[in-house]
Design a binder for this molecule. Structure first.
Ligand code: TNX
Length: 767
């Protein structure tokens, strides 16, 4: 029925076919009604608008230059003739400040909106219906009536230019891509430990010193050595105030507000390299080259009044450059140790009657907020600014999950959602296979598309504090424009639909169809992008005491093939139709087939082991970290072993031993117990020192049946899974206790040296 309707709507005009499906606008507009016919843009076409309205004139300039870029056609201005495109700003109810109405008939186009923002979005919708690159031909648009407006007011994209510097041209390209998909906030992360990127006239050393570091780009971020005093600092760059003004205007023309982030009080090793007197130690240091913080100060001193004078002077220049209502002041990940050891900070705590260093950070942020408010602006910061008490009018950017955002909204503060999952675009989208090295984690296109920015925990009244959401692109691992494009495309398009379109209009299959013209556009423009997530998800679902697994893929209508004999699946392998029952130990491999081709670089793979403890309850002496609960309490006895996809089936415990007791519920005779553990140096995960295996009949008196001592060094960087085991003469037992002893602290020379080490374990196998 639906198909017939679509065919009925298909019109053939001068060999261009427009159908409902051709209206492939992303984000999906609120309402689209197709009509017969088309409008032709040619040399006679004129634009009509009120030339005295500067904002409008600015938007028309954008429109005219875009049309010229594609077709070579110079649109006429305000010549009244039959074929016109008219733009009008007037009062229209129900579409808000950013909404628009676009009506295309065969003789004219009318665009109306309440503000320039809406006019710009109508233009973007038109541009999505036109070719992406220069054709030097007349342009045709389908006759259509569109009414459209966004769901959220904060539709953000962030870019970290501190960890790697990106030229003004790249920034403009980023802004342009954002604008095409109606994103409206560019969060420009201008300051961090590894580089200060904004010219501040009063403090020239911030950029002459703080913007340049010794170039170790070819060494992975976390492994870079620190600079030595005579090394040449050649990597970096900064934006001059003139460049910033130009970029701000470029963004404004596209209705994008740039929210600058001036980090404080932590993540400022770059500022301290320029002006050591800003830190507690006041010691000289060189700009950081990467992730090695040994002996580096990265906080401002919170007890020193001249730090606040410095920051007010910096912020004054920043606010002169950026008209944004919001000024981002960071606030994340402040290691409070230097404040604990600093006389000035401790005096401040006493004098202000503060309880601890958390309250000292809160004091810091409140003092800065007062200044920002005095300049008629609003302060926004990462969710750590909640700790020790939120500044009175602060807006919170929730990145460590949604907890901070929920808490702030309940306190009636505005919130922007940007939880690591799925809003961190520095994570993999399909890989690691076939993708450039990323910081870790995985946020697929569908994860982003399925995101709902309003958490269930908020009642109707508090929901209104959620301004919207944002994706963050941290660039520790990203050094080129091509790589930036790859990380945001096409995930930004999914986010744009989440933030703009109606919640109940979301449709994954339809979105995938509408993605195709964007892919063509990216190809035409030479943009790098991810072409699809062909991963197969292997999911255990236990049924009637049997281990049953389902296979699924994000690709609409994909065929999944699989094997259970250890070989890689090919187009002739079993086609998945129904859940698979697993009754013997085996390795399942699965892949997606499209057009008779296996699409995966590496098939999905999961090992299942059927043993005597499968399905039995496990209790722990020390709790498992809430971040690594795997698929629940009995993950260690579910027959599924952890793989290198870290966050999947592993149980993680931080700084503590893993002491697990299994109740077999009846006496069983056994001769072997083993446990798999993981080492992943880059993620602070280390193999245990040793594992002790004990058994008991009654759960009170235990006998040791084996101890396996680790023989793999904690400095091995290659991810490694090791099986620790004990084999013994037959024992008749009901209880099994496995104690894996954590190395406790990250080893010497590791970036987390002295900090708690993670211990990851999965599957205790009993035979
Ligand atoms: C955490 S998100 C950070 C950044 C890192 C990022 C890497 C946040 C407020 N702080 O400094 O670049 O993780 O994903």
């Amino acid at each position: 029925m639906k198909k017939l309707f679509l065919i009925a709507l298909t019109l053939v005009i001068n060999n261009i076919v427009f159908s409902q499906e051709n209206i492939a606008i992303i984000p999906k507009p609120v309402s689209v009604v197709m009509h017969n016919g088309n409008f032709v843009i040619d040399a006679k076409t004129t634009v009509l608008f009120d030339v005295y309205n500067k904002e409008l004139a600015n938007a028309i300039q954008f429109f005219s230059s875009s049309i010229k870029e594609i077709s070579g056609i110079e649109l006429r201005k305000n010549l009244h003739q039959e074929k016109s495109i008219s733009f009008q700003i007037k009062q229209i109810p129900n579409i808000g400040n950013e909404g628009y109405q676009l009506k295309i008939t065969s003789t004219n186009i009318t665009i109306t909106a309440n503000s320039k923002a809406g006019i710009i979005y109508a233009i973007q919708s038109i541009l999505q219906l036109l070719p992406g690159v220069r054709t030097n031909a007349i342009l045709k648009l389908p006759c259509v009536v569109i009414e459209d407006y966004p769901r959220f007011e904060w539709r953000g994209m962030h870019l970290d230019v501190s960890r790697h510097f990106f030229s003004p041209e790249i920034i403009k390209e980023y802004i342009n891509l954002m604008a095409r998909y109606k994103m409206n906030i560019f969060h420009w992360h201008l300051v961090d430990d590894q580089g200060w990127r904004i010219e501040i006239k009063k403090y020239p050393k911030l950029t002459s010193v703080g913007a340049w570091r010794v170039d170790y780009t070819n060494i992975v971020w976390g492994n870079r050595p620190q600079a030595k005093p005579n090394d040449d600092a050649t990597y970096g760059g900064y934006y001059t105030q003139e460049q910033i003004k130009e970029i701000v205007a470029y963004a404004a023309q596209r209705n994008i507000t740039i929210v600058p982030e001036i980090e404080m009080p932590g993540h400022v090793a770059s500022a301290i390299a320029a002006y050591p007197e800003l830190s507690c130690s006041q010691k000289f240091q060189l700009p950081l080259t990467g992730g090695n913080y040994t002996n580096i100060s990265s906080n401002y001193c919170a007890g020193n009044d001249s730090v606040f004078v410095f920051l007010q002077n910096v912020l004054t220049e920043v606010m002169q450059l950026f008209p944004s209502k919001y000024i981002h002041v960071g606030g994340d990940e402040v290691d409070k140790t230097p404040w604990k050891n600093c006389i000035k900070c401790q005096n401040r705590i006493k004098k202000e009657g503060l309880k601890n260093e958390e309250e000292l950070q809160s004091y810091f942020m409140k003092r800065i907020e007062k200044f920002i408010i005095s300049k008629n602006r609003k302060m926004i910061g990462w969710d750590e600014i909640l700790e020790g008490g939120l500044a009175p009018e602060a807006t919170v950017m929730s990145w460590r999950g949604e907890t901070g955002g929920i808490e702030a909204a309940k306190q009636k503060h505005n919130v922007v959602m940007t939880p690591g999952a799925p809003c961190y675009f520095d994570h993999y989208q399909t890989g690691p296979e076939g993708e450039p090295l990323a910081i870790g984690g995985m946020n697929t296109l569908k994860n982003v598309y399925d995101y709902e920015p309003i958490p269930k925990e908020l009642n109707n009244e508090n929901q209104k504090y959620v301004l919207g959401a944002q994706a963050n692109l941290w660039t520790e691992f990203i050094t080129t424009a091509e790589h930036v494009e790859y990380m945001v495309l096409p995930r930004m398009l999914a986010l744009s639909e989440v933030l703009w379109s109606k919640k109940d209009a979301k449709d994954w299959i339809d979105f995938n169809k509408r993605l195709q013209p964007s892919f063509k556009y990216f190809d035409q423009k030479g943009f790098h992008y991810n072409k699809g997530n062909y991963n197969v998800t292997i999911k255990p679902v236990s049924k009637n005491n049997q281990l049953v697994v389902t296979l699924s893929s994000e690709i609409p209508g994909a065929t999944i093939v699989y094997t259970t004999n250890g070989t890689d699946p090919n187009i002739g392998s079993n086609i998945y139709t129904n859940p698979i029952t697993i009754s013997t130990s085996l390795t399942l491999k699965a892949a997606v087939v499209v057009n008779n081709k296996v699409m995966n670089i590496k098939p999905a793979e999961q090992k299942f082991v059927i043993h005597k403890a499968v399905g039995k309850n496990v209790t722990y002496q020390y709790p498992i970290s809430k971040y690594y609960t795997a698929d629940g309490n009995n993950s260690l006895t579910d027959g599924i072993t952890g793989t290198f996809a870290v966050n999947k089936y592993w149980h993680g415990i931080n700084g503590n031993d893993l002491i697990a007791t299994i109740d077999l519920t009846e006496i069983k005779s056994i001769t072997n117990i083993s446990i798999n553990c993981l080492q992943k140096y880059a993620d602070w995960i280390f193999l245990p020192r040793s594992v002790l295996f004990e058994v008991s009949e009654n759960g009170v008196n235990y006998t040791t049946v084996g101890k396996d001592v680790n023989n793999i060094s904690s400095s091995i960087k290659e991810p490694t899974i090791k099986t620790f085991s004990a084999t013994f003469h037959q024992e008749n037992v009901r209880y099994i206790r496995v104690s894996a002893y954590n190395i406790k602290e990250c080893p010497k020379g590791h970036p987390g040296e002295g900090k708690p080490a993670w211990l990851f374990a999965d599957e205790i196998m009993v035979n």
